[in-house]
Design a protein around this ligand. Structure first.
Ligand SMILES: NC(=O)CC[C@H](N)C(=O)O
Length: 188
């Protein structure tokens, strides 16, 4: 099963490596419309969301990506990828705008703008999942069709809406694959 990772900027290599550990999955680096057309699901990696948006536009991928997601392509945005998905971004205009969440960029203060934590997220794993945050956004609000998966100190850091998954943190920077298994379950 070909599963893509948007490979324009950010932590795509780590996602491709993690996908390569999942049985039956062919990791595909997505840089072109042809590659985007053939994947059965896609991960939008962390990085810098305004840069990612610009590169998506320059590659001519924004409209196709949005259309495929709206037609049901399973998508998982991590960190900057979650910002790309959000229908609302505090103080900014949205990018893809497909997921009914409101995000606030760089929501953690300077002194803790990168940190690790762990949380038990029952739909994802019975065991605590390590969470790595790097200048992370938080999800400030969700629409009625969105399931909150994880809150940390009362702030939403993971949510699902049907075939769309958004996480503020970076599972690709840990050796815990439970979020990959959870996301790939959207395919069945
Ligand atoms: N690790 C990340 O993806 C950081 C996201 C970045 N701070 C942004 O707002 O785009």
């Amino acid at each position: 099963m070909p599963v893509g990772v948007l490979a324009l900027q950010g932590s795509f290599a780590e996602h491709l490596q993690a996908l390569g550990r999942q049985p039956g999955i062919e990791p595909v680096a997505v840089k072109t419309a042809g590659q985007l057309q053939r994947v059965a699901a896609i991960i939008l990696p962390g990085g810098e969301s305004t840069t990612l948006r610009r590169l998506l536009d320059e590659a001519g991928l924004t409209g196709l990506l949005k259309a495929r997601i709206q037609a049901g392509l399973p998508v998982w945005g991590t960190c900057a990828g979650a910002i790309l998905l959000a229908a609302r971004i505090a103080g900014e205009t949205p990018h893809l705008g497909v997921m009914d969440i409101t995000v606030c960029r760089n929501a953690y203060g300077r002194q803790i703008d990168s940190f690790s934590a762990a949380a038990t997220i029952p739909p994802v794993s019975p065991d605590p999942v390590p969470l790595v945050f790097i200048r992370a956004p938080v999800i400030e609000g969700v629409g009625p069709g969105v399931q909150v998966l994880c809150q940390l100190d009362g702030r939403i850091v993971a949510a699902r809406q049907e075939h769309m998954l958004a996480t503020s943190f970076h599972p690709e920077l840990t050796d815990d694959d439970s979020f990959y298994r959870y996301f790939l379950s959207f395919l069945s």
